[in-house]
Design a binder for this molecule. Structure first.
Ligand code: NAD
Length: 246
């Protein structure tokens, strides 16, 4: 029996990188997937590939920073699949900058996409999980949830907040059998990182990736946290950053 047979999983940022890898991994283990992403083409490609492999998936164009978008995405999920078992809050952006360099606009956008999004998606999903008798939420934090990192002021503040939101929701919804955990990757070889390298004039092909993770390796940890094997784990940060943190 596959671990996620007939479970319904919402994956934000499901159109790329970790979100796409996790969507494929959940689908391989029997889950029905909602790939929610601002990048509609990316989400549609994820859903199409799952369906081509015989799975069941839906793409939902969603700006996870916008309440009405999130509400509509959850409504569409309920209309198509009738339940939500797992919410993977994973969409994110990571513009560079120290506090002095970061514009107010960038600060607000990072807080909205990397932190408020998890608040909104959880807010609209938890009442469904409560009615169902339980559920699982996994948030994508970062090593930046745990430590400062040069030139990522807004991102580190948002990811630190996301870890505390994880712990808060774990405490609030334990009584409803809803577990909430935070996966904390190091550096992932994904489109997000490759864009940073290109912006810095570096060739992604030539970067030393020996201390980095693949999206699939992060997805493995996400599936563990979402699985019954982690039934006694809630409110934790799980670093997935290899042997050397940085
Ligand atoms: N890349 C890294 O090194 C790294 C390290 C630690 C943590 N993370 C985190 O992992 C998560 C996934 O990152 P990734 O590396 O797969 O990046 P990615 O850029 O490949 O994927 C992120 C996805 O989020 C989507 N997205 C961005 N803003 C959105 C919005 N407002 N609404 C809906 N979707 C939106 C993008 O369209 C994209 O499909 C992010 O939360 C990121 O912060 C990344």
């Amino acid at each position: 029996m596959a671990r996620f047979e007939n479970k319904v999983v919402i994956v934000t940022g499901g159109g790329s990188g970790v979100g796409r890898a996790a969507s494929f991994a959940f689908a391989r283990e029997g889950a029905k997937i909602v790939a929610a992403d601002l990048d509609e083409a990316g989400a549609e490609e994820t859903a199409a590939q799952i369906e081509l492999s015989g799975g069941d998936a839906m793409a939902a164009r969603t700006d996870v920073a916008v309440s009405s978008d999130v509400e509509r995405m959850v409504e569409r999920t309920m209309h198509r699949f009738g339940r939500v078992d797992i919410l993977f809050n994973n969409a994110g952006i990571a513009p560079r900058g120290t506090v002095v360099e970061t514009t107010e606009e960038d600060w607000d956008r990072v807080m909205a996409v990397d932190l408020k999004s998890a608040f909104l998606c959880s807010k609209f999903t938890i009442p469904i999980m409560q009615k169902q008798g339980g559920g699982v939420i996994v948030n994508t934090g970062s090593n930046c949830s745990l430590h400062g990192y040069p030139n990522l002021a807004a991102y580190t503040a948002a990811k630190g907040g996301l870890l505390m939101l994880t712990k808060q929701m774990a405490a609030d919804y334990k009584k409803d059998h809803i577990r909430v955990n935070c996966v904390c990757p190091g550096v992932i070889v994904s489109p997000m990182t490759e864009k940073v390298w290109r912006d810095e004039g570096k060739d992604p092909e030539k970067m030393d990736k020996s201390n980095m993770q693949t999206p699939e390796e992060i997805a493995d940890a996400v599936l563990f946290l979402a699985s019954d094997a982690a039934r006694q784990i809630s409110g934790v940060a799980l670093p997935v950053s290899g042997v050397h943190p940085w």
